[in-house]
Design a protein around this ligand. Sequence first.
Ligand SMILES: Cc1cc2nc3c(=O)[nH]c(=O)nc-3n(C[C@H](O)[C@H](O)[C@H](O)COP(=O)(O)OP(=O)(O)OC[C@H]3O[C@@H](n4cnc5c(N)ncnc54)[C@H](O)[C@@H]3O)c2cc1C
Length: 595
Amino acid sequence: MPYVAPIKEMLFVMNELAGLSDVVTYPAYAEAGADVDLVPAILEEAAKFNQDVVAPLNWSGDQNPSSWKDGVVATTPGFKEAFAQYAAAGWQGVIHPTEFGGQGLPKLISTACLEMVNSANLSFALCPLLTDGAIEALLTAASPELQELFVPKMISGEWTGTMNLTEPQAGSDLSMVRSRAVPQGDGTYKIFGTKIFITYGEHDMAKNIVHLVLARTPDAPEGVKGISLFVAPKFMVGADDSLGERNDIQCVSLEHKLGIKASPTAVLQFGDHGGATGYLVGEENRGLEYMFVMMNAARFSVGMQGVAVAERAYQKAVQYAKDRVQSRDLAGSPGPVAIIYQPDVKRMLMTMRAYIEASRALAYYAASEFDAQHASPDEAARKASQAIYEFLVPIVKGFSTEMSIDVASLGVQVHGGMGFIEETGAAQHYRDARILTIYEGTTAIQANDLVGRKTVRDGGAIAQALIGKIKETEKDLASAGSPDAKAVLKQLISAREAFEVSVTYIVANAKTDVKAVYAGSFAYLRLCGLVLGAWQMARALLAAEHLRDGDPSFYGAKIATARFFAENLLPQAQALATSILEGGHSTNALEVDQF
Ligand SMILES: Cc1cc2nc3c(=O)[nH]c(=O)nc-3n(C[C@H](O)[C@H](O)[C@H](O)COP(=O)(O)OP(=O)(O)OC[C@H]3O[C@@H](n4cnc5c(N)ncnc54)[C@H](O)[C@@H]3O)c2cc1C
């Protein structure tokens, strides 16, 4: 089933919930030519490319994954040509600075483009996704010379980027990284070590690959404070951009995976033949700090992968539910009807739709906070937006990816037996979605971040600021006064109260009862996602009530979906709060030898 980008929905979220008209007026974006009137054309163009060129390769990538032979990786037929078109059309540069050849557009606009390429084909989209993160890390910390050497070619899509963190003994815990970087006295380093699970670590889609690598210098302190960041290209680069000899970085194998099969996941061996030449990015021992910039970008993007694959699974399920005829209508029909008339099938489709709309709205809202953080002319606003964006990143990552597995699973269920059979493609979305809660930090790592760095560290201040914003929306719902607004208000108040008591409990007990608090971290992440998603859905309802006459079908559906979310999904908030407040000790009750 072909992918159709939900452009009307995207524009609604951008305009009505994420403040697109304000974002484009920030001087940096206005200078780059950002304009509200241009956005629909950009989205149409992205939709056309992703629907026509990238989406048709999704199924073939699953059937004919990337392959390895003697260190050389061949990607799925068609990927190389599609990536060349992606690069030539300038899609890699949408968000990146104009002085390096990018378009300098807001993250809010690039987020919609990111959603489309990921809906079209998660495996394909991973290559530009990691390149974006690598560019961002170089722009944050590398010297002007290194930036000049690598960034323009990455933005143009001639070269791609990777992120080399993971080693066999160092996954979630990067303090255990062992790769070594030995200074050569000429400003370069020789890197030695094994990196595993490196996405697009080797491929045939670009002339060069720019690896960002975490490693330790000889006198580095133990733990995270002794990790430095290096950039090491596959082919050495001359001052005139010419490609020289092959660097000492070998792809020794590719992993065989449950999903995202077309994306090559490489084991890379650094330095087996004398050492891989690398350049220090920023200062020694500050690598993890810089890598966090890249990880934050990548974590947000992986959250968008969740929204994207869920949208694709939803579109497929709707189509199937309209086509498949089975059983009579409960209210009576002469013969069997399409299964979409069955209330339980509607329940599944509404659940999928409501989770997707809420997650998308929250992510786009976060993107606009990122834009304010970077481009608002008002310093206080920049700081406030930074805090909100950083609070939201683990939620966008953790909540949207967990929901994508649930949504893709419902997509299989809607198809019945045909969902379990590979030919329909529903199973591929389920398998593909399964990685999203694992890479770029598992959901547990996002939840730890949300509890520790984002909630406890500031005594719950940002969480309380968001609670204040929800209360403002509650007032707007009360003033709107429609039956839908009243129904949503009732549920939003009790869910917000559950969020509030959970924040208070976490802040009060994080030091004295740390294991109980962290036992509830996953529930807290889900609670935050649900309540903040419901808040965005409530705002969507208010906007849709004003706009309803312009398109009763579209806006009526927005209102009904917001109400469905509030009445059918949001009540989980109370259960999650119970688990957070009361469930920690029983989670930890068994001794290890009792398992
Ligand atoms: C397809 C794929 C692509 C990848 N791409 C890249 C890439 O491009 N670059 C790269 O560097 N890495 C990449 N990775 C690695 C990925 O980021 C790691 O797999 C991930 O961070 C988890 O690490 P791990 O696999 O070692 O699991 P572990 O860290 O061993 O975790 C195992 C389990 O323990 C839990 N756990 C661990 N520590 C804690 C904790 N402190 N609190 C609570 N629970 C905890 C985890 O949540 C998980 O459930 C990729 C992995 C895959 C599978």
